[in-house]
Design a protein around this ligand. Structure first.
Ligand code: DGY
Length: 324
């Protein structure tokens, strides 16, 4: 009997996925559930046929280039793959896959959660009640900003942004603007009530809420810098459920402190899990611990999709979600 492919899974994954992994492969799960060190990642690549990392494992050129590498595929548990040096993988002939589609709805839901929470001061209100500071209803207490009917600007208009547009336009009657170098066919934009703008800057100037949906690449690093934050309206809110590097966190802190923008809802951070200390004390900011895809349904679907890519690869068939 030919030995089953050995797969190192860098973190615990939902039980159904772990069971499926054990049924299909000689699967080794990092039971400690703490990030593997670069040395441990390299050892995994040397001793296993595949690595199944998560979006927080830094699979660098050095890690991929480990001498005596046995693994020929890295099946990422996540749609974003900025944790992997794709150019290095390509030059080494390593296949990289990701898990698109299955997390679209839940990630769109978290963007809307952030938007609603920050506009309606939900985090602040929750803290207020827990601290037993609430003295009762009054007409001027904790007034927030209306969401319904406002203008939402989307930076990037891929799958998740479109799902946000669907919710915001059809659910909340919002006007949708977007900037994306690769826009969808006009009828798709029309069905979401979305109008294209020629540049990010145009979207920033017009929107009451700006939600980021672009991938983290060298080009989008610090896309939201001090200059672009200044283009936003003073009453506008910034929502980031994409990647932390897209926002210059120091510039954001300054903009929030100076009242350049009204608030921010953040699910991702520039140096996560570390969060800029100043943000922690700001009431006009909602902070979540990278929960975009964090439902049992989606995390299970992500795991199954990552396993499916491995099964196809080891069966010698085209993988479903090839990045490179
Ligand atoms: C992804 O898949 O890229 C997400 O950020 C993880 O939820």
């Amino acid at each position: 009997m030919t030995p089953r492919p050995r797969v190192v899974i860098t973190r615990k994954i939902p039980a159904a996925c772990e069971a499926e992994a054990a049924a299909r492969f000689d699967a080794v799960v990092n039971r400690d559930d703490v990030p593997l060190t670069p040395e441990q990642l390299m050892e995994a690549l040397r001793t296993a046929d595949a690595l199944l990392p998560t979006v927080t494992d830094k699979v660098t050129a050095q890690v991929l280039g480990t001498a005596g590498r046995r693994a020929k595929i890295v099946s990422n548990f996540g749609v974003g793959f900025n944790n992997i040096d794709i150019a290095a993988a390509k030059s080494l002939g390593i296949t990289v896959t990701n898990t698109p589609d299955v997390l679209t709805d839940d990630t769109a839901d978290i963007a809307m959660t952030l938007l609603l929470m920050v506009a309606r001061r939900a985090g602040e209100g929750d803290r207020h009640v827990r601290q037993q500071a609430w003295t009762g209803w009054r007409p001027t207490h904790m007034l927030g900003a209306r969401v319904s009917g406002k203008t939402l600007g989307l930076i990037g208009f891929g799958r998740i942004a479109k799902a946000v547009a669907q919710r915001a336009h059809h659910g909340f009657g919002m006007r949708i603007l977007f900037a994306d170098p690769f826009p969808p066919p006009p009828e798709v934009a029309r069905s979401l009530g979305a109008e294209q703008r020629a540049s990010v800057e145009e979207v920033l100037r017009e929107a009451d809420f700006v939600s980021l949906h672009c991938p983290a690449t060298p080009e989008t690093r610090h896309l939201m810098n001090a200059e672009r934050l200044r283009l936003m309206q003073r009453h506008a809110f910034l929502i980031n459920s994409a990647r932390g590097d897209v926002v210059d966190e120091a510039a954001l802190v300054a903009a929030l402190g100076q009242g350049t923008i009204a608030g921010a809802g953040l699910d991702v951070f520039e140096r996560e899990p570390s969060v800029t200390a100043d943000l922690l004390g700001m009431e006009n900011v909602v902070l979540l611990p990278h929960l975009g895809s964090a439902t049992l349904e989606t995390r299970t679907a992500m795991g199954m999709r990552a396993l499916e890519n491995l099964s196809l690869f080891f069966a010698g068939q085209p993988v479903r979600d090839r990045v490179v």
